[in-house]
Design a protein around this ligand. Structure first.
Ligand code: DQA
Length: 147
């Protein structure tokens, strides 16, 4: 049985570190991913990370995860607020699904208040900066123990 977590990063997250540091902090995406990977490996998981600025790439990564992964942790960036196609893709994945955000979209501009993904995931963790990823891993650990 696979113990792989697919960690998905959507548009513009490749610019973390220099993109709106007052909102997203100064850590780069690589730093977030490596920290997540280290904690995940300690907890007995492997991690496959995919970042793309293209919706279709993220959808195809979810399709591939249907055979390979026990969990998807997704920060879809702004696609969170618009992508019904990504929500449909997540609906086809039977494992644990956690939506994660560095910032708290609910406390920001109105267009960020809708998550098209919210109904397709087990739950969302938002607003804790880098700690959001640690909490997402904790959620994966607890939910995969149960299933
Ligand atoms: C984000 C929040 C989104 O609203 C935004 O478009 C992002 C990053 C976050 O991690 O806080 O790109 O997902």
């Amino acid at each position: 049985m696979s113990n792989e977590i697919l960690l998905l990063s959507g548009p513009n997250l490749d610019l973390l570190g220099s993109r709106n540091p007052e909102v997203y902090g100064t850590q780069t995406l690589d730093e977030h991913v490596e920290h997540f990977r280290q904690l995940a490996v300690e907890a007995g998981f492997s991690v496959r990370h995919v970042q793309s600025n293209f919706e279709g790439d993220l959808i195809e990564a979810v399709h591939a995860a249907r055979d390979d992964a026990v969990a998807v942790v997704i920060n879809a960036g702004a696609l969170t607020h618009s992508s019904w196609a990504l929500a449909d893709a997540l609906d086809t994945f039977d494992g644990v699904k956690i939506e994660v955000h560095l910032s708290n979209p609910a406390a920001r501009e109105p267009f960020r208040h809708l998550s098209t993904l919210a109904g397709s995931v087990n739950g969302s963790i938002a607003g804790f900066g880098a700690t959001s990823y640690e909490l997402a891993l904790d959620a994966v650990r607890r939910l995969t123990e149960k299933s």
